[in-house]
Design a protein around this ligand. Sequence first.
Ligand code: GRG
Length: 300
Amino acid sequence: MVNFEELKNYLEEKRSKIEKTIEDYFPKKGSYGKRVLEAAQYSLMAGGKRIRPILCLIGYELYKDNSEEVLLFACGIECIHTYSLIHDDLPAMDDDDYRRGKPACHKVYGEATAILAGDGLQALAFEWFTHPDLIKRIDPFLLIKAIHCIATAVGFNGMVGGQMADLLAEGKRGSYKKLKWIHTHKTVALIRASLLSGALLANAPSSHLRVLSKFGYHLGLLFQIVDDFLDLVGDEKTLGKPVKSDLKKKKLTYPSLFGLNKTKELAQITANTAIETLKPLEEKAKILEILTLYLLNRVN
Ligand code: GRG
């Protein structure tokens, strides 16, 4: 893969496989509790770039030919990501009304149902990570390693901790040290773990895992810097959510500390660093290099 056009086709192909798998495996029966299933499905299928599950597939494809073997694992990661978005939008958290171009889950189904939908999606992820269809294809020892990697990234020392610090930092003067801590835990941890989990499932050598871990860190940071930037200058329709929401909530972000120009410069520097870390993987990692540039220039 050498250019953006090929990458776009690749991402589109993976997105549609991920969505088909989610549809195939999503629980069908709900009986008296079916409202929460409906709410979870509403958010899960509301669009989204599917970057995290795609990173898992890429991590696997660096070492194995057929990433269909781990599609269900990748879909579990998307369930966790979607749960975090549903909870993040709740009035008690970021209080946002729109997500993925549609009214947020709590706006359609109410807060109680949205909380349960997020909880259910987190559990569903672990149901899929340990699904018999995965166990019959992947060595359970490798599965456990990958599950541990994801669980650590989304727990107290990962996304949940980052979200806590993000909420506590609202409206206060913050430092660069705190900003980096928040971003590293709230956003970077899951992005990095998504890529690593795929490589772990493929039993990648530990020297490569170290490289991918460093790369995942810089890629995740880049993702968040661009997210902060787009909140100020992005187009509402393309983003699928209101702009300037960080500004209104007085969030600690890259632009709030450094201004727009410097933020743009830092995004470019972070992208360069990410690409630099890939050197030991040589040609094998070309797709990650192009993906980095794609995410640097993303508009949603
Ligand atoms: C509620 C535990 C908990 C955590 C919430 C995900 C998150 C933590 C907050 C979302 C707020 C936010 C804008 C974070 C910045 C980066 C980010 C996660 C953006 C959304 O991810 P995308 O752009 O979304 O991949 P799509 O819709 O494409 O999947």
